[in-house]
Design a protein around this ligand. Structure first.
Ligand code: SAH
Ligand code: SF4
Length: 388
């Protein structure tokens, strides 16, 4: 492919209006934005509601990308749409499948940047882990993404596009004339890939509203979990503006240790974070907050830590997700031993909180939590070496 062809391809994935009369990508527009875009393209006001409804269903219910296939629209109107709009997803550059069935997609977005998306099949569910930023501004010391500088926020289209491209790969769009299968391959979405979703709030919110919309992908709000490192001022909006579940990267029981692991703690410390969580709108036993806790050998994994954690959680409907540390090349920590992790889990469990230990998935393809980006970097380095 020539350089020009590569650039053109990338430009097509930009989901907002392009300069010089370029086409607008419909993917990621909210219903209101789609309405405005259709009106601006010349759709008569009295048809607008119907048109948005029809196109929405084609794009998000049926997964159609070509206006010509939107058979309930008059030919003239299909042509009008094609003159102004495209339906484009970020491009999948590589797709790896782990021995345990986990799939990892390396996805190219406008500007040539790359993010990773991971699909984790389990017996009772299938979870898609999506990214919200290229890199991350935060520098959590145990996270590989944190070693990479932020390049940019993803657009809403690029976030929705991750869900759509995974549905493409899993062949999960409904088939005409057949009822929608009751069990979904992608039953859950977690914002636990690259980036801090609360530092890209508006785009994450718009994207999740598209994914939740009943006439499209229709994923229930409780099937979506947003994970934050603790951006306190934005936490409440997660409930009021998205309504999804919340997970917090807690990882330590003293400010001294949390300052080291999750440096945003220096801005909003444990007490401030817990106040925000206690005040989380809609918090209840059926919608508990997940406390993520990465188990680092000799750093945060003692019995005293477990007891302190229980004290800190008092009064908050919570569950604790223990994550065995996933090592990456050059990482300054080691994973806690299985005995330590189990002893820790028992203390939390005996205090009345669910404390599942997350099974690392997709380790052979570096798809586990906190390992994202490494494969990309490795590939780039070997490409550089080979002079590509
Ligand atoms: N930025 C958000 C979401 C992405 S990280 C956040 O920090 O919450 C998703 C989860 O993986 C977080 O709980 C994060 O702390 C954890 N994580 C990061 N690196 C890890 C690693 N190497 N091993 C295990 N978990 C890790
Ligand atoms: Fe960013 Fe989350 Fe990694 Fe921290 S753990 S560096 S907030 S992606």
């Amino acid at each position: 492919m020539t350089a020009t062809a590569a650039i053109t391809q990338d430009l097509l994935t930009i989901p907002r209006k392009l300069p010089q009369g370029g086409l607008v990508n419909l993917v990621g527009l909210t219903r209101d934005q789609m309405r405005d875009a259709f009106l601006a393209a010349g759709t008569p006001e009295k048809q607008i509601k119907m048109r948005v409804g029809q196109v929405w269903q084609w794009v998000y219910y049926w997964g159609i990308r070509d206006f010509e296939q939107m058979t309930n629209l008059a030919r003239d109107y299909r042509q009008l749409l094609a003159q102004h709009f495209v339906i484009e997803l970020p491009r999948v550059v590589t797709r790896q499948v782990s021995a345990d069935g986990t799939r990892k997609y390396l996805v190219r977005i406008a500007g040539g940047h790359e993010v990773e998306v991971v699909y984790i099949p389990e017996t009772d569910r299938g979870t898609l882990c999506i990214s919200s930023q290229v890199g991350c501004t935060l520098t959590c010391s145990f996270c590989h993404t944190g070693t990479q500088k932020l390049v940019r926020n993803l657009t809403a289209g690029e976030i929705v596009g991750q869900v759509m491209l995974a549905r493409d790969d899993l062949d999960e769009w409904p088939v005409k004339g057949q009822p929608r299968p009751e069990t979904r391959l992608i039953s859950n979405v977690v914002l636990m890939g690259m980036g801090e979703p609360l530092y890209n709030f508006d785009n994450v919110r718009d994207a999740m509203r598209v994914v939740m919309d009943d006439e499209g992908i229709a994923l229930g709000r409780r099937r979506i979990t947003l994970s934050t490192s603790g951006v306190v001022p934005e936490i409440a909006r997660t409930a009021t503006e998205i309504g999804c579940l919340l997970a917090v990267s807690f990882h330590a029981t003293t400010d001294e240790v949390r300052d080291q692991l999750v440096p945003i703690n220096k801005k909003w410390n444990i007490a401030t974070l817990l106040d925000a969580l206690r005040a989380y709108p809609g918090l209840s036993n059926s919608e508990r907050i997940t406390f993520e806790y990465v188990m680092l050998d000799g750093v945060n994994d003692t019995k005293e830590d477990a007891h302190r954690l229980v004290e800190l959680l008092r009064g908050i409907p919570a569950k604790v997700n223990l994550i065995p540390f996933n090592e990456w090349p050059g990482a300054p920590y080691k994973r806690s031993s299985g005995n330590r992790i189990h002893a820790f889990a028992d203390i939390i469990h005996n205090a009345g909180y669910a404390s599942p230990i997350r099974t690392p998935r997709g380790e052979d393809i570096m798809a586990a939590c906190g390992q994202l980006k490494s494969a990309t970097e490795k590939q780039r380095k070997s490409a550089q070496k080979a002079g590509v």
